[in-house]
Design a protein around this ligand. Structure first.
Ligand code: HEM
Length: 548
């Protein structure tokens, strides 16, 4: 019997068993129906209707036009609940957080590639809580304030790199992605391990990117049949091709994270590696964490920060070239009033220019980077809004839909309108409305790095707006870039025309822009301190007490 035939027979027998179990379960009577769902087929459920890409956009339209805020999908026996309003996400993922903080089991990415040490994928168990207790104080609002010196340094370096590159490239424009990637990486690697990146082409960073890319691929649900049917993992290696791949990836990840961990411990100044190691040794509970686990904690924080922070700034540039005529002039006028032209914007200016934060918040709302949301798991059978949420369902807040919830964000949700974040009372100074930052997720699994992310975005956006006028390079495809800024929710917009690179993180396709200094004063101030690479931040610049 050929290998393929025996594999097929095994899978068919397994599927038949799943069907029998499901039929047995169905016979039990439940008082509430499942949430609305597209019509499904026996056994495979809605698997054939699952869009291959831009799921978040299709799900948004399905829920808006037909199925409503809570939608049910059957993925060959696996229940998926898609939440499309802020209220539904808050009710389930936050208010009932005790039952919705687990993750679905990612056999390949979680159990095998990272051996249960991936904080983003961990179950909400005692190991998760131990590592959360160790990590949270290092990423808190207060701790993040101590990290601002490196964000100031790197955003200054970003201006210099962009200006120099533009001087060389002229009207051909620059690949700004690369510079944003370098900046994000240098900030987080300095914080984690005490070293920075000068060019963004360093082998350490290339390795990190390639390991991350391969690892992110393993998180895509449905990529490996074993993630849908975990019991298939009992198959011997010869029938389970994912096993060899996962083991090779584990070794790559472990070597990368442990290598950085040891480098962090050996580096001269302050860094989070030393701080996490110390916090772990001071940990009052009996539970301990090995060096490998701590190395994975730091490595996963690095991975979580790298692409997301850069992608958020890239969407800021998309907003600038597609909607800039209104908000950029207003922001630059404000920067001239508050900061003037004798110095760069600083964090201390922030309370006087809420409009810059409004722009950043709107970018994160308009083009949420983790666009489809990160799945949580329903821990028990529950009723919500007269629907049954079956235990074990994957529950996901579709960020693209939730950021378009008119009851929270007001009218015209598909447009880029920073003003929606401002309280504009003519009698008061403008200030920020307390609207939810839904792009960072919900409940106990909400992004722990959000304060660092928002600080980085604020200082980079403020300085870019202060320093440059930005224009799409002449040779670029104007219609493709225009589509990146269009109203994606509109029925006329084809998913494939959005001009984005779809994936776990949403990024715009590559295009070039020209960064023109706004005047000789900007050029002079950007040049004034030159490269910052030799400026090492020692303990004196970042002082942070170890958590008790
Ligand atoms: C614009 C930038 C960022 C965005 C949009 C973002 C978004 C997210 C989202 C949606 C989640 C999952 C939330 C959920 O399950 O409901 C998450 C988790 C996480 N993020 Fe971020 N993130 C960003 C930047 C960062 C940064 C800079 C760091 C670290 C310094 C970070 C560290 C983490 C960690 C450790 C988790 C896992 C939380 C857990 O499962 O307990 N993120 N992030």
């Amino acid at each position: 019997m050929s290998l393929h035939l025996s594999k097929l027979i095994f899978v068919l027998v397994w599927l038949a068993l799943v069907l029998l179990v499901r039929l047995a379960i169905k016979r039990r009577s439940y008082p509430y129906p499942l949430p609305p769902s597209p019509k499904s087929l026996p056994l495979i459920g809605n698997l054939l209707q699952m869009p291959e890409s831009h799921r978040w956009l299709h799900f948004y339209r399905w829920s808006r036009d037909t199925y409503g805020p809570i939608m049910y999908l059957n993925l060959g026996g696996l229940s998926m609940i898609v939440l499309s309003t802020h209220e539904a996400a808050m009710d389930l993922l936050v208010k009932r957080g005790a039952h919705y903080s687990d993750r679905p089991r990612f056999v390949v990415a979680g159990d095998m590639v990272t051996k249960g040490m991936h904080q983003l994928l961990r179950q909400y168990d005692s190991a998760y809580r131990l590592h959360q207790r160790l990590e949270a104080p290092l990423l808190s609002v207060q701790a993040s304030e101590h990290y601002q010196p490196v964000q100031e340094l790197e955003s200054r370096q970003l201006l210099l790199d962009l200006m120099k590159s533009c001087d060389e490239e002229g009207e051909r424009g620059v690949e700004f992605y690369h510079f944003f990637d370098r900046t994000a990486a240098s900030i987080i690697y300095f914080l984690l391990y005490g070293y920075r990146f000068k060019t963004g082409h360093e082998p350490e960073l290339q390795d990190a990117h390639s390991v991350q890319e391969a690892a992110v691929e393993t998180i895509q649900l449905g990529k490996y049949i074993v993630d849908v049917f975990p019991s298939l993992n009992v198959l011997p290696r010869v029938f389970a091709p994912w096993k060899a791949k996962a083991e090779a990836l584990y070794i790559l990840e472990r070597d990368l994270h442990l290598g950085n961990f040891n480098r962090g411990l050996a580096s001269p100044g302050w860094n989070l590696t030393k701080q996490l190691k110390e916090a772990s040794s001071l940990n009052a509970t009996k539970a301990t964490a090995s060096d490998e686990e701590l190395a994975f904690d730091l490595g996963i924080i690095g991975d979580a920060a790298l692409d997301t922070s850069s992608a958020a700034l890239q969407w800021f540039i998309v907003a600038w070239v597609t909607h800039g005529s209104g908000f950029v002039a207003e922001a630059q006028l404000l920067l001239d009033q508050v900061v003037g032209r004798d110095r760069l914007p600083e964090f201390e200016d922030r309370p006087y220019m809420p409009f810059i934060d409004a722009i950043c918040n709107e970018v994160l709302r308009w083009r949420p980077v983790v666009v489809g949301g990160m799945p949580h798991l329903a821990g028990q059978d529950e009723m919500y809004n007269n629907y049954r949420i079956p235990a074990g369902s994957m529950v996901v807040g579709n960020h693209f839909a939730i950021t378009r919830d008119e009851s929270v964000f007001g009218a015209d949700v598909d447009s880029f309108v920073p003003e929606r974040w401002l309280i504009n009372d003519p009698k008061e100074k403008p200030s920020l409305k307390k609207l939810p930052q839904t792009g960072f997720g919900f409940g106990r699994r909400m992004c722990t790095g959000r304060h660092i992310a928002l600080n980085s975005m604020f200082i980079s956006a403020a300085r870019l707006l202060w320093a440059f006028d930005v224009q799409l390079a002449a040779a670029e495809d104007r219609s493709e870039v225009k589509n990146m800024g269009e109203q994606w929710g509109s029925a006329d917009m084809k998913a494939g025309d959005t001009g984005c690179i779809d994936g776990f993180n949403l990024r715009p396709k590559h295009f070039k822009v020209v960064f023109r200094p706004r005047g000789p004063w900007a050029r002079m101030l950007i040049m004034e301190r030159g490269n910052t690479h030799e400026h090492l931040l020692e303990h004196g610049d970042i002082q942070h007490e170890n958590p008790e």
